[in-house]
Write a protein that binds this ligand. Structure first.
Ligand SMILES: *Cc1c(COP(=O)(O)O)cnc(C)c1O
Length: 220
């Protein structure tokens, strides 16, 4: 926890919001950071997010940062503040359907864009983002509130490569903001940067970093 204040100051000084990634850490650790004023927490598994949300104060904003399966959407929606991992029309359709059934007007989502080289990472390829936006706008229900983009850089020791991938995403974000989302003030979030690469993300112009192990200590 010792790093928390320093990281928080560093990210806020650079105009970015800090999401404390609490996956695998116990409720007691989350509460310690909560008492220091932290309100944004990220989880990658729906079950864990829901279980924690039910035990924790109501004013926490829960972020779903892990890949989201359609069969988990219904469970997640009542608790989630922002879904960082919208990566298919099928998922978007399910979010709309479940939002309507639960009578929730709008679900905040970021489009996950694939910027890393590895095949394993989820996300929409940058060249397909325009088609994806078209697909979203054609959905019959308007329950998806697109708030920005999310990306994960390649898992590499080369900080320059990571920086370039983040810059690329920042440029895509700026282009969309100036065109497609010109009249959409809430399209204002670019989620990129974690413990190992948040400094490159800050240099590249992130607006939201997702940091876990640097705050809570190494995961078991
Ligand atoms: C776990 C995770 C993080 C945080 O990782 P740390 O290395 O602990 O900072 C950020 N983003 C996503 C999508 C994650 O799954």
């Amino acid at each position: 926890m010792d790093n928390y204040r320093q990281i928080k100051e560093e990210t806020y000084a650079n105009g970015a919001t800090l999401v404390a990634v609490s996956k695998t850490y116990p409720v007691e650790s989350i509460l310690e950071i909560y008492k220091l004023g932290q309100r944004d927490f990220g989880e990658n598994k729906v079950q864990e997010l829901v279980a924690k949300a039910e035990q924790m104060p109501d004013d926490i904003r829960w972020h779903q940062i892990g890949h989201l399966q359609t069969n988990k959407v219904k469970q997640l929606l009542p608790y989630v503040h922002l879904i960082h991992t919208l990566d298919s029309i099928k998922l978007a359709r399910e979010i709309c359907k479940q939002a309507q059934e639960a009578d929730i007007n709008e679900i905040n989502c970021l489009i996950q864009v694939k910027i890393a080289e590895e095949d394993t990472k989820y996300g929409i390829p940058p060249e397909d983002v325009a088609d994806f936006l078209e697909g979203i706008s054609n959905l019959p229900e308007k329950s998806i509130r697109l708030c920005g983009l999310m990306g994960m850089a390649s898992n590499t020791d080369d900080p320059e490569k990571v920086y370039k991938e983040f810059v690329y995403l920042r440029e895509l974000y700026d282009t969309l903001k100036a065109t497609y989302f010109q009249d959409t003030p809430y399209f204002n979030t670019l989620s990129m940067g974690m413990s190992s690469d948040y400094r490159q993300a800050i240099s590249a112009g992130t607006t939201m970093v997702r940091i876990g192990s640097l705050i809570f200590g190494k995961r078991k």
